[in-house]
Each structure stands twice: as C-alpha cells, then as structure tokens.
Design a protein. Structure first.
Length: 184
C-alpha cells in the first residue's frame, strides 16, 4: 500500500467543496456548480478535475473512505463474482408435477450476498407467494470486464480524410443516386 500524501492545503475552499460533492455522488459538472463555479467552468469539468492537486485530493479521500469501510478493489471483485455466479436454482425445489418452490433453508452465504430483493405474502407456513430477485448479473459481469480491461469503450476514429473531403464524397454519392433514380 503506497502512502498518499495529504493535499487539502493545496486546495481552496471551492475546490474542496467540489471534491466533496463529487465524492458524494454528484457528476463533476454538478459538483462544480454546487461549489460555486461558473456555468462555463461547470460545463468543462476537466479544467478543474484534471488538475494534479484535485486528483490527489480525490485519491486521498477515496483511500480514507475505503480504509474506514474496509473495502478495497479485491473485496468489490469478490462481491461482483458472487453476483455473477449466483444461481437461484440452487434454492429451487421442484415437485413431481413440475411446480417450483423456493426453499430458504438452501440460501447460501453466496446467494445471500447476491440477493437483490425478497418479498413474501403471508407469514410462516402460510406464505403463499414469494418474489426473490438476484442482483443484475450482466451488470456485475460488465463491471468485472471493465475492471479487467476486456471492453473497448472509447471510439477510435481514423481521420485519414478531412471532414470537407468526407462531406464532398457524401454529396457526390447523393448526386449519383439522384441521377440513378431519375433514370429509372
């Protein structure tokens, strides 16, 4: 674990407020607006959030929050794996008629960790309806894939031709189609 140097003294009050709002779940632009930055600055949050001292403060605070919560990347990856691997069929009992029944006695710690919601109607042996949902497996797999760098999210453009050349070529194709349509 590398030691993160304290950075609060490098930031003025507005920068600190923006960092706090961002870490409390706001978008970067909204955090800047809430901290009192202008609309122009808020519409281009990279101007503030790409500054080394701001990035250092975000990293410092995230490290503190992670340490306090006892959560790190390995912990999150383990939870995501539990969600991705969870199978509700492990709790399902099927009778001779092919009807399914959920047996909560078969709820393993792994399934419990992946449980998204649970509702029942009735009480005790009089439960007549259960609604059990697991957390979103696809989302968990997507998050794991992103962490491992398996997905290419950035659109890479190959700009061999200029925009003007592309527009001219498009116009030429449109003219050719119009000629073909007129001929038929």
């Amino acid at each position: 674990i590398r030691k993160i140097m304290p950075a609060p003294h490098l930031l003025n009050e507005r920068y600190r407020k923006a960092v706090v709002h961002f870490l409390n779940g706001m978008t970067k632009g909204a955090a800047l607006r809430e901290a009192g930055f202008s609309a122009d600055t808020s519409s281009n949050p990279g101007v503030i959030f790409n500054r080394p001292e701001v990035r250092a403060e975000i990293e410092r605070r995230q490290h503190i929050m992670s340490s306090k919560a006892g959560v790190d990347a390995d912990w999150i990856i383990e939870r995501l794996k539990l969600i991705a691997d969870a199978d509700l069929a492990d709790m399902l009992l099927v009778n001779e008629e092919g009807q399914g029944k959920i047996d909560l006695n078969r709820l393993t710690p792994a399934l419990r960790a992946a449980l998204g919601s649970f509702k029942s109607e009735g009480y005790g042996s009089n439960v007549f309806k259960m609604d059990v949902k697991l957390s979103d497996k696809l989302k968990a797999l997507e998050m794991l894939g992103r962490h491992l760098g398996l997905f290419q999210d950035k659109l890479e453009l190959n700009a061999e031709k200029t925009l003007v050349e592309l527009l001219e070529a498009g116009r030429e194709r449109a003219r050719e189609r119009n000629k073909e349509d007129a001929a038929t």
